[in-house]
Design a protein. Structure first.
Length: 202
């Protein structure tokens, strides 16, 4: 009888600890599991969210903060974005760990972290960045990418590789839509030339 009484009191005490998430019947912090939902941005475009682990909504601030955890997938304005964890507040989406962006099945970007503005469609990527489009591959550590104009800009050195040619520059603009790359400052072009050994007469 004593053990049973002890367990009931402990359960009641734990329940009291969880109560601060609600104040006066108004939810302040909400935890949801395995999230799949769709909302609209300020221009009315769909913003689809998915998180396998959980979603935490903190409504103690305005606008509320959404924390997404576990295999996060986001779709907005024709662009798919993936990561391990994400934070959303208003139009700003912050993604961390194994960040990937896919656009039109042809433009791929990988980074350690990213900040995306759903109003301007501009993303800032950081870390070990790789951008792939067709035969072109761009490597850098900081990149500004506009998914609306499909334009990438960098100013902290980058390497662009295509076939046997590599170009290194301190700054540059890569317009995927126009297939145009502008290299600026300290530009170095490297090209691998295959030289066949002449046939020796016997």
């Amino acid at each position: 009888m004593y053990n049973t009484y002890y367990i009931i009191i402990l359960f009641f005490f734990i329940g009291e600890i969880a109560l601060p998430s609600t104040l006066s019947g108004q939810t302040k912090v909400l935890v949801r599991q395995n999230i799949n939902n769709t909302r609209q941005d300020s221009s009315g475009k769909k913003f689809t969210l998915h998180a396998e682990d959980n979603q935490i909504i903190d409504a103690r601030v305005s606008p509320p903060i959404q924390y997404l955890n576990g295999n996060v997938k986001v779709f907005h304005s024709g662009t798919f974005m993936y990561c391990d964890t994400a934070i959303i507040r208003g139009p700003i989406l912050r993604m961390r760990h194994h960040v990937a962006m896919l656009q039109n099945d042809t433009i791929l970007l990988f980074a350690d972290s990213m900040v995306y503005n759903s109003d301007s469609l501009v993303a800032y990527l950081y870390g070990d960045i790789v951008m792939k489009n067709g035969k072109k591959t761009l490597y850098t550590t900081k990149l500004k990418y506009n998914s609306g104009t499909k334009t990438a800009e960098y100013n902290q050195n980058a390497l662009l590789e295509q076939d046997s040619t590599s170009v290194v520059s301190q700054k540059g603009v890569y317009n995927v839509e126009k297939r145009l790359v502008i290299f600026k400052e300290n530009v170095l072009v490297l090209s691998l030339i295959h030289i066949s050994e002449p046939t020796r007469p016997y």
